[in-house]
Structures are given as C-alpha cells and as structure tokens.
Ligand binder design. Structure first.
Ligand code: NAP
Length: 276
C-alpha cells in the first residue's frame, strides 16, 4: 500500500509524544534523500483528535500514529486489509481528501522475529506477554509467519480473546507469564514492563534453555530484560529494530522510495544514546 500522491506534510500524532524517536530518524532519511519535507511531532489529546485529523486532511498530510490514537484512527480511516485485521493504524496519508490507514508495525515485528528465528516459526511454540495494541501487531506477524502454537499471557484475558478473534488465529490464553513461556522457543514482551525501572516481564531462569527473546520495549543502554537474558546465554533483541523497520516501511508508503536504513539506523542509535 502506497500513497498515490506524496503527502505535503509529515507528522506523528500521539499523547504524550515528546519521547518519540521517529522525528529523529525520519528527518535524517528525508534529508539524505533531499526531499523537501519535515517530519514533526504533534501532541494531540484524545479530545482534539477528530479536529486535528480534519485539519491534516485539508493540508494533504501523512504520517504516523502512536499511543493512544491507533485504534481511534483505524475507526476513522479507510483501512488497508492488514490494518483492518490488526485493528490499529500507525501510518496514514490522504487520497482525494479521504483518510487512508495502514499498519507497518506488523512489518517491524516480522523483521525482528525473522532476525531472532532465521529458520522460521512454523515448528516452534511462541509466548506473547501482553494483549494490547502492539501485541496485536506481533500476533499478526506470528500468524503471517505460520506459527501455529502461540500462548498469550494477558492480565485482561478478554483482550487476548478479542485479538485472536479479529485476526483469526488460534491461541492459548493464560493468566501468568510462567505458564506461557514453558517450552516456548521464542518469548515476546509486548507489555511496558522494564520501560521505566528494572522490572522484568519474566525471570530468565524461567525460560527454556533454547529460548530467544524479543522485548518490544527499548531504552538507553538496553532494557533490563534483554541484558539479563543475554547474560544468561539467550539470543535477545529490544524494540529498536521494530521501531526502525516500521518507520522504513512507512517512509516507502509516503514517498514510494526505498528508505535509507543505514542513515536511519545511525540517527536512531544517536537518538537512543542521547535520550534520558
Ligand atoms: P497497550 O495497548 O497499553 O498494552 C499493554 C499491554 O500490557 C496490555 O495487555 C496490558 O494489560 C499489559 N500490561 C501493562 N502493564 C502490565 C503489567 N505490569 N503486568 C502485566 N501486564 C501488563 O500498549 P502497547 O501499545 O501494546 O505498548 C506496549 C509496549 O510496547 C510499550 O510500552 C512500548 O514500550 C512498546 N512498543 C514498542 C514498539 C516498537 O516499535 N518497538 C511499538 C509499540 C509499542 P491490560 O490490558 O490488563 O492493561
């Protein structure tokens, strides 16, 4: 899915938004390809979302959507089949005044899963911790990759059942992470645990010895869970590859051009290091 006409303006809308690293690497990409566009962060409270989207339509704007607006924008947009199934829009543009919504978080999750499990996930059991917006993208990525055995640990089990029903995938829903990770060869954290302190979604000792680990959270110096899992001998990645790949896919949607990943990666590395 691509915009037929390049957006006249690029933004990311969220609330809060100051922490977002997307402007750092998207502006580096725009500059590297000498495109006369800037990518700006807009802090949009939920009460202002509808008016903001109407204004952005008049401006022929495109961009990204982040917490807490992904589901709300999906409800307003003509969604791609993928965004419809995931129930969330993270990338948008306008076509003849109509809001078009797509989801590139799935591509970001797929890239990380492929890096951690180069032989694929057809024959392995995967554990997913969390059942929110990003868990939906991960579940879709696992389903697209052919994973048939997925355990989801959800604090609110109804959310996990709703995700599975909308995506059309069979999952086991369990209430605690210990049960989900038993025998899982890939364990994915899609909760915010570890974002602000040293808490871990599951102790490394609970993991199967061959388990690889994907933490959607990212922060300066790496997340405590990824650090502890690597120290215990597990292959582990944080959320930076997913962030970069969803951004690269969105860049191509807006511009029709291949994203300069090396430029974006360098800008992201610098951004993560200088963020508090
Ligand atoms: P969300 O929609 O709010 O969902 C969070 C999920 O985690 C919900 O299932 C929630 O359960 C569960 N949860 C929250 N705190 C928990 C706790 N203390 N113990 C157990 N479960 C808990 O958020 P989201 O959009 O999915 O984002 C989750 C995290 O992923 C973010 O914090 C962010 O760091 C990361 N993320 C990374 C990327 C990337 O590109 N790398 C993209 C998106 C998100 P309830 O339903 O019971 O509240």
């Amino acid at each position: 899915m691509r915009a037929r006409v390049r957006p006249a303006r690029l933004v990311i809308i969220g609330h809060p938004i100051a922490h977002s690293l997307s402007p750092v690497f998207q502006n580096a990409a725009l500059q590297a390809l000498q495109l006369p566009l800037r990518y700006e962060a807009l802090d949009v409270a939920p009460s202002a979302l509808r008016d903001t989207m109407m204004r952005l339509a008049l401006e022929q704007a495109g961009g990204n959507v982040t917490i807490p607006h992904k589901e709300a924008v999906a409800a307003m947009a003509r969604c791609s089949p993928l965004a419809e199934r995931v129930g969330a829009v993270n990338t948008f543009w306008h076509h003849d005044g109509e809001l078009v919504g797509h989801n590139t978080d799935v591509a970001g999750a797929s890239a990380t899963i492929a890096a951690l499990q180069p032989d694929g996930v057809h024959n392995i059991r995967c554990a997913l911790l969390g059942a929110g917006g990003s868990a939906a993208a991960v579940l879709m990525a696992l389903h697209e990759a052919g994973c048939a055995e997925i355990s989801v640990a959800a604090r609110t089990p109804a959310r996990a059942h709703q995700l599975a029903e909308r995506i059309g995938v069979r999952i086991d829903v369990v209430s605690d992470a210990d049960a989900a990770v038993r025998g899982a060869a890939l364990v994915i954290n899609a909760t915010p645990i570890g974002l602000r302190d040293d808490a871990m979604p599951i102790a490394p000792e609970q993991l199967a010895s061959n388990a690889s680990v994907f933490d959607l959270v990212y922060r300066r110096g790496g997340t405590p869970w990824v650090r502890a899992c690597r120290a215990a001998g597990h292959r582990a990645e944080d959320g930076q590859r997913m962030l970069l790949e969803q951004g690269a896919a969105a860049f191509t949607c807006w511009t029709g051009m291949t994203a300069p990943r090396d430029v974006m990666q360098r800008a992201l590395d610098d951004g993560v290091e200088s963020s508090a």
